[in-house]
Unconditional design. Sequence first.
Lengths: 268, 309
Amino acid sequence: MEELKGHIKNIRKNILKMVANANSGHPGGSLSAADILGVLFFEVMDINKDNAGGVDRDRFVLSKGHATPVLYATLYEKGIFTGDLMTFRKMNSKLQGHPNRNYVDGVDMSTGSLGQGISASVGMALANKLSKNDHRIYTLLGDGETEEGQVWEAAMAAGHYKLDNLCVVLDFNGLQIDGDITKVMNPLPLDKKFEAFNWNVIKIDGHDLDQIREAFKEAKELKGKPTLILAKTVKGKGVSFMENNYAWHGVAPNQEQLEQALKEVEAM
Amino acid sequence: MGKATREAYGEELAKLIVENEKIVVLDADLTKSTKTADAQKACPERHFNMGIAEANMMSAAAGFATSGYTVFASTFAMFATGRAWEQVRNSIAYPHLNVKVCGTHAGIAVGEDGVSHQAIEDIGVMRVIPGMEVYSPCDAAETKAVIKYVSTTKNPCYVRLGRAAVDDVYNEDEVFDFSKIKVVRKGEKVAIFATGLMVQQSLKAAKALEEEEINITVVDVCSIKPLDEEGVLEILKTHDHIITAEEHNIINGLGSAISDVSVKSCPKIITKIGIKDRFAESGPFEELLVKYNLDDQEIIRVVKEILKA
């Protein structure tokens, strides 16, 4: 447990450093998902340095593609990506602003245009069923992202085809780039909507490692339905001045802010 | 009269899906119209109806492709290339995934359904996407060959197919090389580059003109992208007058692709026959072709006018 917490701490620090170094990127929604990705990559998925290049393993789709810092930092922490994280968003780097599956092992789908990653996950889950591949598909969906109609097309298809090998985590931090999701375009209630599309819904605190772990376990055991883990999170989690502040959706900290942020994460 | 290209597509796909277990077919509630119902019948476990949800279908097709499958994703050309354009661009073309977007009911030959279903921009919006290949076969034999061909490559492709029955241009045993344009009639002075059902219209016009001792060249361009630039250049160099003919808006279709080659190394005046940047209407397809200047009479008129000048 302490080891996992250490990994997640490193992931958070690297998110902050990458975004500050690039002077661009999305820290808020990356920090909110750090605990989820930490548990997923270190305890749930059977991904490692040796199998990351193939598909005969659990796969992960970052449907909220703007949260690339959390994915790159996690793959780095896991030893799958061994390059220089500080090339993020720079010229000639494999670490594109939004992820490209052909550049980095462990990036299982190119995403960035909201709504498309969850549909690609549906295709992957259908493909695994067809080829009798028992590995699972994990997807991180944004809460603002659910305003995209395509998300509901995908939800309908996953429910229709009973894709119990698909587990979508909804990073419910309540904020999108223009503000509170209920004020911009209220997509709530999200649990009832997914349930209406024949999904199994599990509600958790997305920063409680035990709850995250338990939810993934329950999802894996449940047959006949896809699972949505509705994870209540805090945007900018771990950095006091970023927490619950939508202004930090897509803004980089300056040097002084970075130092303060790293100190706070260290003390978490 | 031969078959519609969509029918030939359905027949070939039904064959391929049995031969190749890595092929999957996705459709958006139009299986009987797009003719993927044939493949569904031949292999129901690898045919997926994704419902009336084209955006999800295209991104799901991409997900299938990342899992090692060759995916044929079909719906009407309008929705495949229009509604789901950004999914084709970002989910399929950017990661360069093995998805064959096969759009049926392309062009105004859809007929009575009218403008909302008449894709006259599809070639343009697909060829402008980096790495996306664009094929527009003219008849049953060419369609079968191109479908078989794209099933052997790993590249993202768009294949443009029609609703209406069209005359056969080729025999069943014709050999196709899609890296080359195909000179289907050798003449002199005037050459027409045609695609889709305009190949038949051009041949009809050529035959009529022959009786007046005007002998024109007709070239079938099935692979609009990648385009056989060398072959196009050869035609440009050996003819005085160039015409392009397509059942598509004159903007950004075959005519533009040929012009792109011309301006680079062999500047020519090119007369584009196509839909003149306007919406058409409902009606029987033969009458639409006449009204919107896509028939043999229009080609004859253009050729004569060019030669008079």
